[in-house]
Design a protein around this ligand. Sequence first.
Ligand code: AMP
Ligand code: MG
Length: 523
Amino acid sequence: MRIKPHIQYTNGVALDMAKLESLTWSSRFIDETPGDKEVGGKPRQVPGACWSKVQPTEPVNPKLRLWSAEMAEILNLTKTDGGVLGGGKVVKGMQPYAQRYGGHQFGNWAHQLGDGRAITLGEVKTPTETLELQLKGAGRTPYSRFADGRAVLRSSIREFLCSEAMFHLNVPTTRALSLVTTGDTVVRDVMYDGNPAPEIGAVVCRVAPSFIRFGSFQIHTADGNHDILRTLLQHTIKHHFPQHSVNDDEGILHWLKHVAETTAEMISHWMRVGFVHGVMNTDNMSIHGLTIDYGPYGWLEDYDPNWTPNTTDASTKRYRYGQQAQIGAWNIARLAEAIAPLINDVESLYSVLEHYENKYIEFQNTNWGEKLGIKNFQESDEALVIELNELLQQVETDMTIFFRVLCHVDKPDAELISQAFYDPETIPMTEWNDWLSKWWQRVDGKPDRSTMLRANPKYVLRNWMAQLAIDAAEQEDYSICHELHNLLKQPYDEQPEMEEKWFQKRPEWARHRVGCSMLSCSS
Ligand code: AMP
Ligand code: MG
């Protein structure tokens, strides 16, 4: 019998590497798709491959800081080895690799991108599904291009807290298992303005059925390598869409429509909760319709459809809140193009886009019905929604607070929603009373409150909340991270003891603060 290697955490928790080793690991992706002949190696082009085997970098002083007990339970792990989940060790069964993919970045084809700072450890079989475990920030890979393969604490906290929060908001998402600080220093120029500074390095272990993206297919089409394209598609279908078959045009179209539909559903949820992804490049679009690659994302506070948190996108605002659905369609078109070489009747691909649009409208109507407590939302109700959208933009109005207080309104009186406004002097009372009266009449004085309370979260990870957690963590105080992690496990519950602190509009200090209103891709 093997002797279980017990490792001691630097922060005093006894660790059990054998637990990780006891999981049922597999490597379906690398077993079934062609890969790089070389292991590791310098950043370079890797034509003809779907992956490169790599070795995660050993952290100098790994410390486990955040842990998702829920995710761990699914994987049958207890608090596990920070050394492994910080990148240090590879246990038996893992076969670490970086995936090769391409992508359209901000509308332009960028060719090979790939996992520049993500390393998959392997796939773990649970009683119900197989899940991929991936480290983000564990060092360079052949796809790191000019960068270091590292991640900093602030962006890792943002990914950990937000992906877990999204899961509890019922928004399709990848999840997080752990966050480990590495003890290494990582230099970043946060606003790309010539002020590089040392930051704390960190690694998040994230989890999903797979991290296959639209760009995973695009790269092979761009290479003109249709055999690999087909192999990758067959692999994807076999394990992740077993109900589909892609042996003919009809099967492929059916599958593409499935992807279009889950993508539309995901984006409609973003719109429902006020989430702005920030970098909807095709390499950041999951084939499973999951929110993936949390970077310079943000949450709408003031209801402004033109807002994007991503300063890198400030000039064109391509990825602004109000344009996410259109970008979803654009990205689906790029996926359809990538799959086109496998299809005879290329014209038929337009039906995938039509399906996306129809489904998006359907999902949006459901969401609006639920947000406003209107049972049987009809086309004729759209006027009420359009009017509401305009009104919400007239003066600075907090999206989350508005919809949440609306759940409790018991007469059509604008006084009851005054908490949602930033400046009480400027509330357009007459217009609001008018809209509330129309809404009240439509719901017959009986809005479906229980549905509203499940569609309109009380707590989301507002940009300034994440920043407060980061500021404290950078001083070694993780209490706010833990508090928010817990708070956001029940985003639809009242949690009255948390209200004063977290059910609040953006404080003034956060209005122009880097990390709150301005974020960059530097992470
Ligand atoms: P993103 O905008 O985060 O989706 O990243 C776009 C591409 O840049 C992906 O291929 C990433 O793997 C790569 N990348 C981003 N940051 C780093 C980094 N620090 N080191 C290596 N590659 C990176
Ligand atoms: Mg990415």
